[in-house]
Design a protein around this ligand. Sequence first.
Ligand SMILES: Cc1ncc(COP(=O)(O)O)c(C=O)c1O
Length: 385
Amino acid sequence: MTSQNGTAAVADTWNFEVELASAPATADARAAVLAKPGFGQSFTDHMVLASWTEERGWHGQKVMPYGPLKVSPAAAVLHYAQEIFEGLKAYRHEDGSVWAFRPEMNAARFSRSAQRLALPQVPEQEFLAALRALVTVDEVWVPPAGSGETSLYLRPYMMATEAALSVRPAREVLFGVIASPAGPYFDTGPKPVSIWLSDTSIRATPGGTGAAKCGGNYAASLAAFAEATENGCNQVIYLDAVERRWIEESGSMNVFFVYADGRIATPELSGSILAGVTRDSVLELAADLGYKVEERRISADEWRDGVRTGEIAETFASGTAAVITPIGRVAWSGGNLPIGDHSTAEGVGPVTSSIRAALLDLQYGRTPDPRGWLARLAFPAHFPH
Ligand SMILES: Cc1ncc(COP(=O)(O)O)c(C=O)c1O
């Protein structure tokens, strides 16, 4: 059985009851979405739901028509933000099969997030089963191979649905997965973004929830995001909460620094940084490509000084949605610095480009997968099983 906060091993197997949509999108409507999917705007015909109560544990697992949820206005999630989520993509390969990239890392992070937010555990194999169940039913929504950097973005989430205003772990919880066709983050190839280095807002504190993927972290980042926009920047990079000196990450991506001497460094996982699946993969792929990789503390001054002297040639951010994003400019209250190879609108440094290509080639099945990072989610209907 599951325990509220804990790690109890669970051996139950989820069986998903499938209720197919009676009015799914027409083939034309679907084709129109897949032709220009955008990001997180359109959703597939179905979704996964499962319920949890303290008495019954997990039950009612189903794949059902996509639609609004009925939630009490007193649900704890609406008042106290007891909620977590994940984000990963399903990629169509040339032979038509559909794959996820290291989904067990998302499952493990979901478990850690659940523990931090006092939500019940979803056993990792059931998290993966939920992804498979949805992608199997909505396989036609996975964009075709060869259509650029397209995918089906999967969004598992869990929230406290108990109607109770006491501040305590909820005794009723909902787990779900929705799916959204995703286009290339950048229509015409990766474009350098500009970064606002915030010296006023912090994202996460030691002992806080920065290492968990909970909605509250993102709500708390929005004012700083607005500040970045006012200052002509696309994203924020946060410094540590204690010394306000060490670079942590951006609001939705980890960050890497490429040194002219062939080193690549990223902030070490401090407890208040989200452990990105892409971050971990970049560390391994960059080492494969011959770079010396470092996980350590990097100060804002080291970044700025390194850019000024040319010691730091490139800076990029990593995350599932945009894969690898070059950072072309860093601005802060009182300063502004273009970054080497990324400083023009089209400029993408050679190291950033090569790591980006290595990662995408792997995710789309264009290169061998010696580490077994890909997990098959579905075969297309015509595929010989
Ligand atoms: C705060 C934050 N940091 C980093 C990342 C990158 O993580 P991943 O590479 O697993 O997408 C994300 C996105 O999930 C994020 O929200």
